[in-house]
Design a protein around this ligand. Structure first.
Ligand code: H2U
Ligand code: ZN
Length: 349
């Protein structure tokens, strides 16, 4: 028994500098809650009431074209507006605000209402990644934009308003909190060690092989040593790249492959449409070199024990710091153990 699998301990998140409390001994406590499998209703390929399906009207009156494949548009209810006046507000040094111009986009992955990344082929996911690259480059080139955040909320449990496969893109003037923490830590590591934090971390994880879920020639999916959510994962490029514009065609296909395989494993874990918030962290677009930035994605899924039992970030987590019971090593083993053939395809066999 080592510290890491027996007694309460804290682990340092090297990317953010924040700690997570791990309580491996609690996984043996009794559980009398629900454990049933829960599946969303079968979805049609086209839903006449869906505001993201081709040819349908959106909530503000615009109409989607009869698109096939990917389709991007300006969010009709954008959280950021480009016209925000350049102004700052401060009162007695305590009430501080600043303007935040930006743009919000919505990107549909497919015309098919019933698909998810886990049900799409590599050939179908590649255009999604190409659209992520184009959106990043176009938005990032704007003077007012210094950071582009791509994220997908999947499932009602994570606040997705619509099951049609889509993500959001928020381009902001400022570098938001999470990216700024990672930027600070990665830059400091480079200055101190003359090497990339995530290159070094990945090399260590590959040597230990304990937290790796799956990999291909260009990407690795692993449960980070400092994961907060029970089945949290990170997808890391094996080469030191900072953003989409540096990915080769082969790396783009490899990213599509790893996203597909990881999301299949997630769906298979509890035989459900596995909810998560997922996002890509790439180098800020403020035109500084940010040589320490290493391209990666995070998956934050809320589920803990079954399709219906989720983890809540409440109590100590809200007032103290995040806490987990199942260790990252045990979570990685669970994800490694499930098949890469989607359970719906297994049933069809
Ligand atoms: P989420 O499922 O992650 O909420 O993303 C859907 C986005 O789509 C959401 O931000 C936008 C919402 O503002 N939207 C439109 O832009 N037009 C619509 O007609 C409905 C929803
Ligand atoms: Zn739809």
């Amino acid at each position: 028994m080592s510290l890491l699998n027996s007694a309460s301990h804290r682990r340092l998140n090297q990317l953010t500098g924040e700690w997570v409390l791990v309580s491996p001994h609690r996984t043996s406590r009794p559980w009398q809650g629900q454990v049933e499998k829960v599946r969303d209703a079968e979805r049609p390929q086209y839903d006449p009431c869906c505001y993201l399906c081709p040819g349908n009207d959106r909530a503000n009156g615009a109409r989607n074209p009869p698109y096939e494949g990917v389709f991007a548009f300006d969010n009709d209810f954008a959280a950021l507006t480009p016209q925000a006046p350049a102004a700052a507000f401060a009162q007695d040094g305590l009430l501080v605000a600043e303007s935040e111009p930006g743009l919000c986009r919505v990107l549909c992955f497919s015309e098919r209402h019933d698909l998810t990344l886990s049900r799409m082929t590599v050939a179908e996911i590649v255009p999604v990644i190409e659209a992520w690259r184009e959106e990043t480059m176009r938005l990032g080139a704007l003077d007012m934009i210094n950071h582009v955040q791509i994220f997908e909320n999947r499932g009602a449990a994570m606040g997705a308003s619509n099951p049609h496969p889509h993500c959001q893109i928020w381009a902001t003037h400022s570098i938001p909190n999470e990216a700024l923490k990672e930027l600070t830590r990665q830059s400091a590591y480079l200055a101190q060690h003359g090497a990339c934090l995530l290159c070094d971390y990945l090399a260590l994880e590959e040597k230990l092989a304990e937290r790796i879920v799956c990999r291909n020639d260009h990407f690795v999916a692993l449960v980070p040593f400092w994961a907060i959510w029970p089945f949290e994962t990170m997808v890391l490029a094996t080469r030191h790249v900072g953003a989409f514009d540096e990915l080769t065609g082969e790396e783009t296909r490899a990213l599509a492959d790893i996203l597909r395989r990881l999301t299949i494993r997630y769906d298979n874990l509890f035989e459900t449409d596995f909810p998560y918030s997922m996002g890509i962290h790439q180098r800020p677009t403020d035109s500084a070199p940010h040589a320490g930035w290493h391209f990666h994605a995070h998956f934050y899924p809320p589920l803990l024990r079954s399709a219906s039992v989720r983890k809540f970030m409440v109590g100590f987590e809200m007032l103290g710091e995040p806490q987990r019971d199942i260790t990252p090593e045990a979570a990685a083993a669970r994800l490694r153990d499930v098949s890469e053939i989607h359970f719906l395809d297994q049933a069809a066999r």
